[in-house]
Design a protein around this ligand. Structure first.
Ligand SMILES: [Zn+2]
Ligand SMILES: [Zn+2]
Length: 381
């Protein structure tokens, strides 16, 4: 099969392979023929791996002696079930029809594989499993014609290949949408002022959700390609957008003026991973406010004033990783299917109109790495 492989962490880029053997479906697994797969920020970091010790360390996490072996990357996708592992049909025969995954069904998957046995897994917190392995980061992923996923991680999108309710372009980005849903659900934004830091796909998705969930006022900051991102953000319901590429002064001044009665915003959603955004986050949050951190900084923060930023302000800080298994998935499918919310047309605006083939990966990553595009989809046959 055709696939995109990371061959060495010390060299930037990927390699297109034409003749890799289709993975053999194991017991408890499902083989999926990939229809569409979406590129996210983590894939960009992997593409540019020589520049980030953080991503190198992450990718070596489970490797004996840290010896990296070539890996198929990619973790956001949708496709059609090609085969079920031996014995699955019999084993899961009593699952209700509407949740049962069968050959030919249209599906996506949670690519964070939890161990199922650690304390976190046993106490309803599989999303922060201490032994979590991510397909496309630690195990072979989905920038490929076929991918194998544990049955338990497969999410049914449509029976018998029915893509009419959730088109493949949307189906391929549910991992990312789930990050945004998870983050916004961990904060209570009803009637509150919210600052979203980062207007990438996740920040924009968070913005549309905050609007729908009744935030009173939404601020948004971004440092790259701001014109188009702010145009979308405004359409999605953001009140004020700030270009922070040179300085955050204007942003801080506006919060100070509008939120002076509370000395800051109620909720900050950090969706950028940019070191300067952490400073902004704790400057604008009110005493007793909430800061939710989803963006991933690839370098450790130095000189962070934890007393002044968190302790004396009594700020609630929460890290958000992945999606709750599988509560977030159930929530996002309902949100996507809701005609009243009509989120799908908005989500499509975040992705490029044009789709790419795996052969065009260099062009595609060039657009993303240069900040010209935010999110794009590889379509496979
Ligand atoms: Zn991702
Ligand atoms: Zn676990």
């Amino acid at each position: 099969m055709k696939c995109l492989v990371k061959e060495s962490l010390s060299v930037d880029g990927l390699t297109l392979k034409q003749d890799v053997v289709v993975p053999k479906v194991k017991e408890d697994e499902v083989l999926i023929r990939v229809q569409a797969t979406c590129v996210c920020g983590t894939d960009k970091s992997i593409y540019l791996s020589s520049r980030s010790e953080g991503i190198q360390k992450e990718m070596r996490r489970y490797l004996p002696n840290g010896d990296f072996k070539p890996l198929v990357i990619g973790h956001e996708f949708c496709g059609i079930v090609e085969a079920l592992g031996p014995g699955i049909e019999e084993k899961f025969k009593d699952i209700p029809e509407e949740h049962k995954v069968q050959k030919g069904d249209y599906v996506t998957a949670e690519m964070h594989l939890s161990c199922g046995h650690c304390l976190q897994c046993r106490t309803g917190n599989e999303h922060i499993c201490t032994k979590v392995k991510v397909k496309g980061v630690h195990l072979d992923g989905c920038f490929a014609q076929y991918v194998c996923v544990p049955y338990k991680n497969v999410i049914l999108l449509g029976k018998d290949g029915d893509t009419s309710k959730i088109p493949p372009k949307i189906g391929s980005m549910l991992d990312a949408f789930g990050n945004a849903v998870h983050t916004v659900y961990e904060a209570d934004v009803r009637g509150k002022s919210v600052a979203i830091l980062g207007a990438g796909p996740l920040g924009l998705m968070a913005a549309m959700l905050c609007k729908e969930f009744g935030a009173a006022r939404i601020y948004l900051t971004e440092a790259v390609d701001t014109t188009r991102r702010f145009e979308l953000a405004t359409q999605f319901g953001v009140d004020q957008c700030f270009d922070v590429s040179k300085s955050s002064k204007e942003f801080l001044a506006s919060v100070e003026k509008n939120e002076s009665f509370a000395n800051g915003v109620d909720v900050v959603l950090e969706m950028s991973g940019s070191p300067s955004a952490y400073e902004d986050a704790f400057s604008v949050v009110k005493n007793g406010g909430e800061v939710l951190l989803l963006g991933i900084t690839r370098t450790p923060l130095k000189d962070f004033d934890i007393a002044g930023s968190v302790i004396w302000k009594g700020v609630n800080v929460k890290g958000i990783f992945g999606r709750k298994m599988f509560g977030t998935w159930e929530t996002m499918l309902r949100l996507l299917r809701s005609e009243r919310l009509d989120l799908q047309p908005k989500l499509l605006k975040i992705i490029t109109d044009k789709t790419y083939s795996l052969d065009q990966y260099e062009e595609a990553f060039g657009l993303l790495n240069g900040g010209k595009e935010m999110k794009l989809v590889f379509e496979l046959n």
